[in-house]
Design a protein around this ligand. Structure first.
Ligand code: DC
Length: 234
């Protein structure tokens, strides 16, 4: 029987924070045997570096020129763990837990809005996706990073649904947080991420919208797999 050649594709998943993008991207990647790239983790790692090196002005806003100057000293990689999960490395150090803390979440949006930071991260993301066969999640993946991605998903869910998810996640990790604080952080970040001048979050014209507020994980997995099969021509 003649074997048809299967070409790997790029799957771009964009959406607001805590929309469930990472979970769906990770699960889809595992199911179809693709790599997974969490671009939010990269902006978080830059933010952690800035926090740890005091690259903030007295009014607590990022010291943009110091951060730009530090970019050549910031090396971000990902290490696959024995259990298959992926950890973010900042200059060789595993910072996976640290970049998920509230102090990083609270400081990341203005840093992700710096054009030079974005250019450096986007270049790295494009390099990592060169061979395709990858699921990439973020805010500007379908619009800027991989505008030719064969499959683009734009995930939407209300701020309250997303805050509830993040709150639950943090409580499960033992963090002492309150829901109102988490909701305020989600709303604040939505605003910065969608109104910044440099590649704001927006749905690419050819992205498929998914509102997963009322979907179970299994329903979401099945829906995604269907989209993957169609886009990959399987
Ligand atoms: O998805 P996340 O919450 O881990 O993202 C962290 C921050 O990084 C968030 O403020 C949005 C920003 N981000 C971005 O600007 N572009 C991306 N491709 C991914 C994340």
């Amino acid at each position: 029987m003649e074997q048809t050649q299967y070409s790997p594709i790029i799957i771009a998943i964009d959406g607001f924070s805590s929309s469930g993008k990472s979970t769906m991207a990770r699960r889809l990647a595992a199911t179809v045997g693709y790599r997974y790239l969490d671009t939010g983790a990269m902006y978080r790692a830059v933010t952690l570096y800035a926090l740890d090196h005091g690259l903030f002005l007295p009014d607590n806003t990022p010291d943009t020129s110091a951060i730009i100057a530090a970019l050549p000293s910031i090396h971000i990689d990902f290490a696959v763990q024995p259990d298959g999960t992926q950890h973010t490395l900042l200059n060789g150090k595993d910072v996976e837990a640290e970049i998920r803390r509230l102090r990083v979440s609270e400081a990341v949006s203005p840093i992700a809005a710096i054009a030079e930071v974005r250019h450096a991260m986007v270049a790295k993301q494009q390099e990592l996706g060169r061979d395709k066969g990858i699921v990439v999640d973020g805010r500007d993946i379908g619009t800027v990073v991989f505008p030719d991605a064969e499959l683009k998903i734009y995930v939407d869910a209300s701020a309250e649904t997303r805050a509830r998810r993040r709150f639950k996640e943090m409580v499960e990790k033992g963090a002492a947080v309150n829901y109102e604080e988490v909701l305020a952080n989600v709303v604040h970040r939505d605003h910065i991420d969608s109104t910044r001048a440099e590649s704001p979050l927006r749905r690419a014209d050819d992205a498929i919208a998914l509102d997963n507020s009322e979907m179970t994980l299994e329903e979401q997995d099945a829906w995604l797999l269907e989209q993957f099969r169609r886009a990959a021509g399987l």
